[in-house]
Design a protein around this ligand. Sequence first.
Ligand code: A2P
Length: 282
Amino acid sequence: MQNFILNDGTKIPAVGFGVFMIEPGQATYDATLAALEAGYRHIDTAAAYFNEGDVGRAIRDSGIPREEIFVTSKLWLSDYGYEGAQRGFGRSLRKLGLDYIDLYLMHQPYGDYVGAWKYLAEAKSEGKIRSIGVSNMSPKIYRTFRAQTDVIPSVNQVNFNPLFQQKELREALAADHVAIEAWGPLGHGNAELLGNPVIKAIAEHHGKDTGQVMLRFEHQEGIVVLPKSTNPKRIASNKEIFDFCLNSAEMDAIRALDTGVGHNPDAEGLAERLMSAYVIED
Ligand code: A2P
């Protein structure tokens, strides 16, 4: 597995296994264990996925030494503010059954994220978190956030796939060397994208499937990818993206698929909707 180096010097495995929308309980446990057995060493969960406990159990049962696995989780909005973050981070540690987390993100950029960020920065300096970051920050939200803090995040995890290549955001993050992580890197299994003729032709040329070509494209763009699957065959195949390389014409052909349309954190009413969606409990 290849790594990227974050702006704080930490190594992050370039492909992580995402467990968003995998049902809590046995399904998350089985998928996480299958991913670890297939060779993933990077798991991405969140308090709001309600499956941190299952991820933690799979990590323990895998028998793989803790320090060999890069674990990401995320703080939900109901635990924002300084004290909320302290509570929410402690709960994530307990549910995961870990004594530190490799990467901890603020899941959504609303509410008192400045207070929460202050706590995360402290927890990082105390070694409880190795790297801290944000998620779902649009260029506009990122600029507002940076005007309120000197603590630069290492990561911004956002919606990214060949149809939504986040050009403006990449420019906004470049000066701070903030890495982009892609959620939904396969377009959530969107059949139109998986069957796109441009991607299909490239996949056939390399003897790969279209999922692998999309992930390879994103990797070559410098993006950390977090594909999700509950199918053991696809869990395994989605990490096999280091034995081929897209040439510049292929990269340009996929770059041309960008529509600029995807999840929009600035959308009217979204902040209110998410802030009242649910409360994470012990
Ligand atoms: P499944 O769990 O049956 O494999 P994303 O990571 O963009 O959110 O996409 C996840 C969705 O894409 C899931 O529905 C998953 O279904 C499907 N999927 C994952 N990997 C592949 C692949 N290589 N080819 C086709 N579909 C995939």
